[in-house]
Write a protein that binds this ligand. Structure first.
Ligand code: NAD
Length: 495
């Protein structure tokens, strides 16, 4: 039997959807796709089409690269202080319009408003951080070991950048790329996910208002991303591909970029372990698990995907997590009381349910959730499973939903082996009362980012990225984020 459908109540949006920008943003102009075709944007809470956006062709993508190329010389020669101040204005405008942007993200993505507000703050912060970094790009100067010449190293903008982003953080995944690219002096073409393009276009209008010159940021949407991206990568002026999305698509794009030897930054999938040791503070571990699992309803690359709990604390932790998960209010993201919004698509719900059924067939017990509700909207209930087998599909694939699979372990060595038993290495979480153990386990886990007694790792001031098949390169951080968009140029000279 199916569970009742989360009730949907009308919520007043702080904007009129008909006043949102219409068209692709190329060379500072709003254009229709040359195909005349459109892509429907669907509200995942109601399954209703809320807007349409242009379906760009290869010709449109070439026009966007052309516009980025035309704007490049002036932008790279704009004084760093001036670039910095434009980026700072982007931060200010995003912060002033946080309510509107959060509601728009909630509407097209489905995430709870509180998650959307947190995303807007995080996304805006990339502009503030990179405004500060834009004026601190320096080079190197030294003497060759032989003493025969001087070594001068300059850092220069890499060239035109193609940026491709996923639907789960429609604002932040874009600003995490655009802000450092612009700080470095590059011009860009952004292709956001077709599921959530409205935020990307709304932000394009905001950048223009902040003073970003025409052609510096271009945005287009397409239902045919493979050929459209391949055309852009084949243009010799495009020198960077910065991609955030699934490992599967990342592999395809790496192969495509290889044809023109384009530099790649890849922020790919995750399969984060969440380790709780007997000596952990139970309440703190539960608080952390709720954040690590349920931020964005589990639709996050850093989401806790496998929860491993030591035998002595296992039962209390599982019971506490099931209580907290069952108490969450499921509903449309734009409704202020919602704590867990819908998934992005019907396909996503089906995938999550398939993973839950597979785990149950392999011996897992359902402590809460696990039943798809009736009615409209792509809802999946917060779900807790225990005794999840290491063979279960969800131990190896991203769940990308509100499902917390728990498994018991006995020793520290076993916990480390379980944590590392994956092709991914993006984020990992450790809860322990022993700082020495925390640091020891953090050192042993193969992961780009570790949260020690915390449920959240992301910070614009820290290098974000993964090892193994979770990606290549870093975003954010003191110099890491900007370095992705620069190339060193070495001059040997004698004087
Ligand atoms: P996805 O890989 O399906 O799509 C990502 C983007 O790539 C979208 O814009 C999509 O239109 C585009 N795309 C798809 N096929 C393409 C192709 N052949 N050529 C060019 N572009 C193509 O991923 P998704 O479902 O949108 O997002 C979820 C995935 O993103 C998860 O795996 C998640 O872990 C990952 N992700 C990673 C990070 C990170 O920072 N590491 C952050 C957020 C999401």
């Amino acid at each position: 039997m199916n569970a009742p459908h989360p009730s949907i109540q009308p919520t007043a949006l702080p904007f009129d959807i008909n006043t949102l920008p219409q068209g692709m943003y190329i060379g500072g102009q709003w254009r229709a796709a040359s195909s005349g075709q459109h892509i429907d944007v669907v509200d995942p809470s109601t399954e209703q089409v809320i807007a349409t956006v242009p379906d760009a062709t290869i010709g449109d993508a070439n026009a966007a690269v052309e516009a980025a190329a035309a704007a490049a010389p002036a932008w790279r020669n704009t004084a760093p202080r001036q670039r910095s101040e434009i980026l700072r204005r982007c931060f200010t405008l995003m912060t002033e319009r946080a309510d509107m942007l959060a509601a728009l993200i909630s509407l097209e993505n489905g995430k709870a408003l509180r998650d959307a507000r947190a995303e807007v703050a995080y996304a805006a912060e990339f502009f503030r951080w990179n405004a500060e970094e834009a004026v601190r790009i320096t080079g190197e100067f030294g003497t060759a070991p032989s003493g025969s010449n001087r070594i001068i190293v300059d850092y220069v903008p890499i060239g035109i950048c193609v940026l491709i982003t996923p639907w789960n953080f429609p604002a932040a995944m874009a600003t995490r790329k655009i802000a450092p690219a612009l700080a470095a002096g590059c011009t860009v073409v952004l292709k956001p996910a077709s599921e959530t393009p409205l935020t990307a276009y709304a932000l394009a209008a905001l950048y223009e208002e902040a003073g970003v010159p025409a052609g510096v940021v271009n945005v287009l949407t397409t239902s045919d991303p493979g050929p459209v991206t391949a055309a852009m990568l084949a243009d010799p002026r495009v020198r960077k591909l910065s991609f955030t999305g699934s490992t599967q698509v990342g592999r395809t794009l790496l192969a495509e970029a290889a044809k023109s030897v384009v530099s790649c930054a890849m922020e790919l999938g995750g399969n984060a372990p969440f380790l709780v040791f007997d000596d952990a503070n139970l309440e703190a571990a539960l608080d952390g698990a709720m954040i690590a699992k349920m931020r964005n309803a589990g639709e996050a690359c850093t989401a806790a995907n496998r929860i491993y709990v030591q035998a002595g604390i296992h039962d209390a932790f599982a019971k506490g997590l099931a209580q907290r998960m069952a108490a969450l209010k499921v509903g449309p993201g734009v409704q202020t009381t919602t704590e867990c919004g819908p998934m992005i698509t019907h396909k996503a719900v089906q995938k999550i349910h398939r993973l839950v059924q597979d785990a149950v067939e392999r011996g897992a017990q359902v402590l809460s959730g696990g039943v798809i509700p009736d009615g409209k909207g792509y809802f999946y209930p917060p779900t807790v499973l225990t005794n999840v087998s290491t063979d279960a599909l969800m131990a190896h694939e991203e769940i990308f939903g509100p499902v917390a699979p728990i498994r018991r372990f006995d020793t520290e060595e076993e916990a480390i082996a379980l944590a590392n038993d994956t092709e991914y290495g993006l984020a990992a979480y450790i809860y322990t009362g022993d700082t020495g153990r925390g640091m020891r386990v953090a050192a042993a886990i193969e992961s780009g980012m570790i949260a020690l007694n915390r449920g959240l790792v992301s910070d614009p001031a820290a290098p974000f990225g993964g090892v193994k098949q979770s990606g290549l390169g870093r975003e954010g951080g003191q110099h890491h984020g900007i370095a992705e968009f620069m190339e060193s140029k070495y001059i040997a000279t004698t004087f």
